[in-house]
Design a protein around this ligand. Sequence first.
Ligand code: 0O2
Length: 260
Amino acid sequence: MTAGGCTIMRTGRNQDIVSRVEEAYQEFLSRIGEDEFTEPYRKVCRSIRRELEQINEKYSRKLGRTFISQITYRIKTPESCLNKLLKKNQAPDWENAPQLLGDIAGVRVVCSFLDDMYKLAEIISESKTLEVVKVKDYVRNPKESGYQSLHIIVLAPVETVCGPAGAGREACVRKKAEIQIRTQAMNFWASVEHHFVYKNETERFLEDYDNRFRKDLKECARTIYRIDRKMLRIRKKMEKAQRAGRRNGRKSADKTARKK
Ligand code: 0O2
């Protein structure tokens, strides 16, 4: 439904709750504009993206292949925050959103291989600018839907430059953001499922989903995990073969040089 620009999920909710969200959203609009709410999160996303781009440059050079293939971000709209608070059985009070929701700012990172995902998680945990608050490993423990991804909630500076060392550092504002790390295959699955199922709450469709699609999607997620593991094994074998090829190449070059 739409109320003053606010789309509220009515499915399975009583009118009382819908009215509370509408009220909260109207109050939100009268006290703080959408832009004012989202701008700090936009800045946090940009600062995380900058940090990730630097990591990507360094590691892609080191590995001789692409480490991160895609970095995107999105900011949760205030209405989506209110709906999510309800989903979590919390009062739809937008002032609580920054504390209760870890993913108002969400950065999605796509890697080619499983081990790159965990390497990136390790690099983030050692970062001087990002402080890890929580890690949720939905690869080792996939969600009921089959969803796989590595989620890292971090505290990140709103601006990368926080003023001069000392006084500036303390004044630096930090916000929570969720970094979602996935392989390309996991990203494909999550995008399709997000569009047709995760964000599609109409009862008719969910009935169909339960009966017809749940099993197929889950099976697909498992296949994706098997493929990701297989691609990693193949890559490792190819790297080994490449190294052996280079060693052999060097040996025969040495031999030829000695003969001369
Ligand atoms: P959107 O539209 O992507 O913004 P928590 O309190 O930490 O236990 P929370 O905050 O729901 O619970 O965190 P969780 O489970 O880590 O999910 C955060 C985000 O992960 C979601 O954000 C989705 O982006 C993604 N996600 C989680 N589960 C699924 C799933 O089953 N399918 C798909 N496609 N994505 C999923 P939002 O705000 O729910 O949605």
